[in-house]
Ligand binder design. Sequence first.
Ligand code: MTE
Length: 311
Amino acid sequence: MKFKSNYQENSITPSKVFFERRKTLKKIFLIGSSILLPSNYRLAFANILDNVEKNENFINTRPLTLEKYATTYNNFYEFGSSKNIWRSAQKLETNPWLVSIDGLVEKPLIIEAKELVELMGPIEERIYRHRCVEAWAMTLPWSGFEFSKIIEYVQPLNNAKYVQFETFLDPKIARGQKQKWYPWPYTEGLTIQEASNTLTFMATGLYGKELPKQNGAPFRLVLPWKYGFKSIKSIKKITFTDRKPISFWENLQPSEYGFWANVNPNIPHARWSQENEKLIGDDIKVVPTQIFNGYGEYVEHLYNNEKKYYF
Ligand code: MTE
């Protein structure tokens, strides 16, 4: 099936080759790129980001990935299946951006993104390791707030067992969404215990700046113990439910992309090993993958032995 080869194609494009190719293209587009630089660095959240506190529990355990890689080597299938989508992603209009929080809650909410961020503040910065299922990894300084603050605010009912997340749907600006074989919009899901965990983070910024569109503006989930595909970008809708959500990738290929998707070096992906990961940078380093991406102390208690696994 087509989607299979798309994902595989990216995963097998060696990042060194990708960046070499990028250097050549950069020379060609030198003049054009200065015009095309993202305008979303204009710090619409400046007042909030000025007061960001660094959370000392989540500091560097590895060198930070260079910003130029984090903002130009992306997965955002709405804008295409290559890693090089950052320019197309600038078409996303994130101001205004209405988000709805609904389902099995006492206080459902439809709110403008900036107001939600203000309501959930103060914003903090956390440095998290980021591990893609394709076996590459980065270390990134996110700013944002713990998702548990939203849970506290909307007050889920007793029968709310899961949280479902949904991205925007707008094929006019997101050309990937014209590809009908994908189950748009992109969706993801967590158990309510996972969503309440202290690691579960709503990122509104990266490297101390407003979150770039290609990284999921105006906000996206960050779940550092799970493979990156669970960290859904550009969230429009959050629904508390009693039914286990089926995520975008799980819907496409359940034998390859499970609901749990916890980082685990012992469970190979159907088409490649997960024993090691490549750290994206000027020189690609290969290091062993850690169970739960090294965050076991925070999340191990959520899983019995069976659920530790990938599916
Ligand atoms: N969210 C949406 N809406 N669409 C996507 O294609 N890709 C996921 C995740 N969130 C994706 C998404 C995958 S596969 C990864 S690895 C991360 O975003 C990549 O995040 P980054 O580009 O900020 O590194």
